[in-house]
Design a protein around this ligand. Structure first.
Ligand code: UDP
Length: 363
């Protein structure tokens, strides 16, 4: 079985790492499975890409399509053109896509049009909010996927409602949590820990990158100032996404408890989150990690494609209105945040289950 694995953006690298490691393990066990790793170049900043290859022990990509930058359409088109050439030159039996970024959608379309089977890892999740580019990526990808690997029963339910046959849906768990569990023993203090003399549970971590929160400067400023004014003076550590950094510099926010840092490597970022009082975010993946750590997570969105993080985990949909953020922080500092548990099959063994299943497609 020849597979091609697609990775384009930060959360993709975290998801493909355990799949590649599981394929290598299968190879050592004599299984006939090969992989070719294609980096689309969607994220090209070394802090958003190279760091993850090194820290998570991901082999260098076989090819980098270098399709960074541009509008949604320009990037989709560039990836499709480049990946078509790549797949024609290096045919595969199965193209494996992960998550919900532009590369996920673009490469799955190319693969299907070249009559190549597609497996989607993290299939079926839905926010039902079509103003998010990721939701369109999810819907398009899942409309042409052959094999659906899901993180929850709920995601499988979405696929069934969309008419996907049960026999093509495989509830295998969450590869992001495989990476978390495999690397937990390697988490390490970032420089800011010693610099600020941070202490366990005495600081908050903030990440923001969704267009709805960061593209309009007034809105971004309001969100950040509300947080800074309602965290009881605790330091707020803000590893800033390149998209947000472009806008942030002109906001003129100056507060003693605001600590802006570059995007962090995985091992340092998760050291910080796992020791924090809470994480405030609009990321999807971080809500899953916070759930596994049992760390309170305040999501500054009105919807989520990962409802299990709210129903079972420690996440709450707060939204981005100042009054809502203030109320949620009051609840946190009053000690009234809910305790969560960990969703089924988020156990560190998902990638092995996926590879075992993929090998069964051979027969
Ligand atoms: N992450 C990281 N460094 C950071 C911020 C996030 O390593 O400075 C990791 C985080 O642990 C998670 C992933 O990046 O695994 C989430 O990526 P992102 O928020 O960009 O994407 P989303 O999950 O929203 O698609």
């Amino acid at each position: 079985m020849k597979t091609t694995i697609i990775a384009g953006a930060r959360p993709n690298f975290i998801k493909v790492a355990p799949v590649i490691h599981a394929i290598k393990k299968a190879q050592q066990n004599g299984e006939k499975i090969a992989y070719r790793l294609v980096h689309t170049g969607q994220h090209y900043d070394p802090k958003m890409s190279d760091t993850f290859f090194i820290e998570l022990n991901i082999p260098q990509p076989d090819i980098n399509l270098e399709c960074g930058g541009g509008t949604q359409a320009e990037q989709t088109a560039a990836i499709m053109i480049a990946f078509e050439k790549e797949l024609v030159a290096n045919p595969a039996d199965l193209v494996i896509v992960v998550g919900d970024v532009t590369s996920t959608m673009a490469c799955s379309i190319v693969a299907k049009k070249l009559n190549t089977k597609v497996a989607h890892i993290e299939a079926g999740i839905r926010s039902f909010d079509l103003s998010m580019p990721e939701e369109i990526n999810r819907m398009v990808t899942d409309s042409i996927t052959d094999y659906f690997f899901t993180t929850t029963k709920w995601a499988g339910g979405n696929l069934l409602k969309a008419g996907v046959e049960q026999t093509r849906i495989f509830f295998t768990g969450n590869v992001m949590i495989d990476t978390l569990m495999a690397n937990q023993h390697k988490f390490r203090e970032p420089a800011i820990w010693a610099k600020l003399k941070l202490e366990k549970k005495q600081f908050v971590v903030l990440t923001l990158h969704r267009p709805a929160n960061v593209d309009e400067p007034g809105k971004l400023k309001e969100i950040i100032e509300t947080i800074l004014n309602n965290v009881n003076g605790l330091p707020v550590i803000f590893p800033i996404h390149p998209r947000t950094a472009k806008i942030f510099t002109d906001l003129g926010i100056e507060a003693e408890n605001m600590h802006l840092v570059d995007p962090m490597g995985y091992l340092e970022f998760n050291f910080l989150v796992s020791n924090s009082k809470a994480v405030i975010t609009d990321s999807g993946g971080i809500t899953e990690e916070a759930t596994v750590f049992g760390i309170p997570c305040l999501t500054l969105r009105d919807n989520t494609e990962r409802p299990e993080t709210c129903e079972i985990g420690t996440n709450e949909l707060v939204g981005a209105q100042p009054v809502k953020i203030k109320m949620a922080l009051e609840k946190l500092f009053n000690g009234n945040w809910k305790k969560g548990t960990i969703p089924a099959l988020w156990d560190g063994n998902t990638a092995e289950r996926i590879v075992e299943r993929i090998l069964s497609f051979n027969g």
